[in-house]
Design a protein around this ligand. Structure first.
Ligand code: TEU
Ligand code: CA
Length: 534
């Protein structure tokens, strides 16, 4: 049997991102938990994924829903116990599924022991675990609004928080901090995790002299120190970084012993500086950006991540806003378009059955700190209706609404027997897993076919990408490996005639039943995808 290289092994991974708070509640307290994940692993197996990215499940006061960690080595009370985590890990192993944990390196919760000590006095041994100044060093703003510097009375100084006030930035220039973070990585590696998703990893090195909040002069040194070590550098390490062409090579080059790959957001973040400002998503721009990165990562022998959604983005399907009668077609065309490219797929909970954004009139139905801060900052500037339109459009609560497993409103659509921690999606009666699976046109069943095709096609996993798009409103590409050629034809919103650049392939996947009877019809319907292999 051919021994797969580490990279070929990584290209076999198909990840499912779980936001534990909203996945499934097993004990009726209205909050998703680890036992709930265990009870739903058959769903993941049924879908065809073989790896899980678990958003933070560590002890946290939840100002930023777990991305504010108060103990990196124990499980958040809401989610259950450490014993539950061990059972989850065992159950994943039994299914041959990999597990990567979310590693939040840039900041801790202000309730972390280190910060509780650090804030007491300037000569406390933990004081230099964080970034302090007599007065704000600069005009940096928190990503969640307001100054990034917060006053601390006991030491009469300010500390830096790139995100929430309750998320204090760690001082990575302090070797003790770097040692602590290495020990946290080693703790989870010893428990058998297969890798990490590293939260805002590029922020761990800052450059105050040049006013740079991330990508500072020591970034690569810190990353190599953390992940270049034996026993760690064989793991799957994906960094969340705002990296351009140059820094991606420096971060992910095979010889660099830094990261396996990164999450790059160019293709999905078409919004202006104000992410809450509604805009029309441009599928041609999505295509052009993906084409650019397919060629760039191929040329530089880099691994790429394939995703449309996560816990921070409104659902892409809702940004595209297909007509109601074309929801299935748009969701499936989008899935085929993205997940047949070269890279490692990441599927976010709910997208596998066409989940979409919600609409609430009352700000009380929102929880996300970024959303609530935006609401408060604009309450006196914008009319309530227009402000709520923006909040609904851009809120991170959209993908965080508890998952709708069934069509029964009475039991919170199968998420919990208790009151859900966050209001269920407003469209849950119409968009839920059971209803989709029983529908004649099922997004879930399309994902099943798509992932199973991906697994059996060497051209899709490892093959060369070539863009053959001849006109806007479509995306046509091939994937080639040895004697196998796969042609992917995606049409966007307008029906049109597309000339197939390759004839004679066998139709292996499509989202219009009519295509099965007339495989080579050059007229493509709205949001139609057809995949051929020869
Ligand atoms: O997100 C960092 C990040 O880039 C996002 O804050 C993004 O800028 C914002 O969500 C867009 O609206 C990571 C985590 O994914 C996010 O959930 C955390 O809130 C954040 O870091 C702080 O840990
Ligand atoms: Ca629970």
């Amino acid at each position: 049997m051919k021994l797969l290289s580490q990279r070929e092994r990584f290209l076999d991974y198909i990840f499912y991102q779980i936001y534990p708070r909203s996945f499934y509640d097993s004990n009726g307290d209205g909050i998703g938990d680890l036992q709930g994940i265990i009870q739903k692993l058959d769903h993941l197996q049924d879908l065809g994924v073989n790896a899980v990215w678990l958003s933070p499940c560590y002890k946290s006061p939840n100002f930023d829903n777990g991305y504010d960690i108060s103990n990196y080595r124990d499980i958040m009370d809401d989610f259950g116990t450490f014993a539950d985590w061990l059972v989850l890990k065992k159950e994943l192993n039994r299914r041959g599924m990999k597990l990567i944990m979310d590693f939040v390196a840039n900041h801790t919760s202000t309730e972390h022991f280190w910060f509780q000590e650090a804030r007491k006095s300037r000569d406390n041994p933990y004081h230099d675990y964080y970034i302090w100044a007599e007065k704000p060093l600069n005009s940096w703003q928190s990503t969640f609004g307001g100054s990034a510097w917060e006053y601390n009375e006991p030491t009469n100084e300010y500390y830096l928080h790139s995100f929430a006030i309750e998320q204090a930035d760690l001082n990575w220039e302090n070797p003790k901090v770097r040692k602590e973070m290495q020990e946290i990585i080693d703790f989870w590696v010893k428990l058998g995790v297969d890798g990490f998703r590293c939260d805002v990893l590029d922020h761990i090195s800052k450059d105050f002299d040049n006013n740079k909040r991330y990508d500072g002069p020591h970034l690569h040194e810190y990353i190599r120190e953390l992940f270049g070590r034996d026993g760690v550098n064989r793991l799957f390490i994906v960094g969340e970084c705002q990296a351009g062409e140059e820094s991606i090579c420096a971060l992910c080059g095979q010889e660099r012993k830094e990261l396996t790959t990164i999450f790059q957001f160019d293709h999905v973040r078409q919004h202006s500086d104000d992410k809450f400002l509604p805009f029309a998503f441009d599928l041609n721009l999505l295509r052009d950006t993906l084409v650019k990165w397919q060629y760039f990562t191929a040329k530089n022998d880099l691994l790429y991540t394939l995703f449309t959604d996560n816990h921070d983005q409104p659902f892409l399907l809702s940004l595209i806003q297909p007509p109601e009668n074309l929801r299935y077609e748009c969701a499936t065309m989008l899935a085929g378009l993205v997940y047949l490219l070269k890279g490692i797929p990441f599927i976010y909970q709910g997208q596998e059955f066409g989940s979409e954004n919600s609409y609430f009139d009352d700000i009380e139905d929102f929880n996300d700190i970024e959303t609530l801060n935006y609401y408060r900052a604009n309450q006196d500037k914008l009319a309530q209706k227009s402000l709520m339109e923006r909040v609904n459009f851009g809120s991170r609560d959209n993908p965080r609404r508890p998952m709708a497993w069934t069509a029964h409103k009475a039991d919170n659509f199968g998420f919990s027997t208790g009151k859900p921690w966050l209001a269920m999606p407003t469209n849950a009666e119409k968009i839920n897993l059971i209803r989709d699976k029983n529908a004649e046109k099922s997004v879930f069943r399309f994902y099943q076919k798509l992932l199973s095709f991906r697994k059996e096609s060497d051209a899709i996993r490892n093959g060369e990408f070539c863009d053959l798009t001849g006109n806007d409103g479509a995306f046509i590409y091939t994937r080639k490996q040895m004697g196998e050629t796969v042609l992917v034809v995606c049409n966007f919103e307008k029906a049109q005639t597309l000339s197939l650049p390759i004839q004679g392939g066998k139709l292996v996947l499509c989202n219009y039943a009519t295509r099965e009877k007339d495989a080579y019809n050059p007229t493509f319907a709205p949001f139609e995808i057809a995949v051929y292999r020869k």
